[in-house]
Design a protein around this ligand. Structure first.
Ligand code: SF4
Length: 303
């Protein structure tokens, strides 16, 4: 897929295959992260299910004792893979779902097939994977579908989440005119959700959750633009070519691939991760709106 808020027109090609880490190389990085005490890992993309080694990487993370192993995917290839991923140790899946209209979905994703994504959601549910849907809300596109998307998620045992479109990458900057604030999303979902303050999950990322009026369900909101959540951010990202980045909104990082390939001992990799961690921006950083965010290539670093 080549979603409109991720890529500008004309950027629909795939990232080059050269230089991507192998499963054995991912294993070395995961071992170093475990040694540092990291307990949660999420496989993102681009699209992680395009990697032929994704199941092996999940298995490796499970064998190393990661307590939380999650995947963010467009789910178009999830249906035939969900069983193997679950067996390998996958626990949670976040699925991008921007519309329940096939035509709008195809338009927003530049060619995505909604039916394949819905099959992927069903397969993940059948496997007992914990499910969340992620909807980037765009004015004039899918902002009239929020109630429908929330109800769909709840009917499929998933937690819906609604995201402000972030000015990350050229695509995200191009569509800032379509930004819908979390406050407006809450208003649009007023009939379904309680009025209380949205609450974060401790140590579980930037989303804030509200319970449904019936008290049974939840919906999450991610306010990258109108309310920064950088303070307290505890994420490190590793690109498919082995670059560690301290922040989604910074287009540069520390390259570890050569070290891994030359057989550097784990202590060296651990030290490099600590060095990368030291590059975390200060607490007043507003990453998603920073000028550096425009230069990030989302297909290389994931969401
Ligand atoms: S923009 Fe950077 S610092 Fe802010 S939440 Fe995202 S990754 Fe963390």
């Amino acid at each position: 897929m080549a979603c409109v808020y991720c890529r500008s027109p004309g950027q629909e090609s795939f990232a080059p295959r050269a230089g991507r880490l192998t499963q054995a190389e991912w294993a070395k990085l995961l071992e170093a992260l475990r040694e540092l005490g990291v307990v949660r890992v999420r496989l993102t993309g681009g699209e992680p299910l395009l990697s032929p080694e994704v199941t092996a990487v999940v298995r490796c993370a499970a064998d190393l004792g990661f307590e939380d192993i999650a995947l963010t995917t467009n789910a178009s290839r999830l249906s035939p893979m969900a069983g193997a991923l679950k067996t390998a140790g996958l626990m949670r899946v976040n699925v991008s779902l921007d519309s329940l209209s096939s035509a709008r979905f195809r338009e927003l994703t530049r060619g995505g097939q909604l039916s394949a994504v819905l099959a992927g959601i069903s397969a993940a549910r059948s496997q007992g994977l914990e499910l969340r849907t992620n909807t980037v809300v765009l004015r004039g596109q899918n902002d009239g579908e929020l109630e429908q998307l929330a109800s769909f998620a709840w009917e499929h045992s998933a937690t819906p989440r609604f995201l402000e479109v972030m000015a990350v990458g050229q695509g995200g900057c191009d569509v800032q005119g379509a930004l819908v604030s979390v406050a407006e999303m809450r208003t649009r979902l007023n009939a379904l959700l309680s009025d209380g303050l949205a609450q974060p999950e401790i140590d579980r990322g930037p989303a804030r959750y509200v319970t449904s009026r019936c008290g049974t369900y939840r919906a999450g909101f991610i306010s990258g633009m109108t309310q920064s959540f950088c303070e307290g951010c505890d994420r490190l990202r590793v690109t498919s070519t082995g670059e560690v980045r301290a922040c989604l909104s910074m287009p540069v990082g520390l390259q570890l691939a050569d070290l891994v390939r030359s057989g550097a001992p784990r202590t060296v990799l651990v030290a490099k991760f600590l060095e990368a961690w030291g590059g975390k921006p200060a607490g007043d950083w507003v990453g998603c709106g920073s000028p550096s965010a425009r230069a990030v290539t989302m297909r290389a670093v994931g969401g």
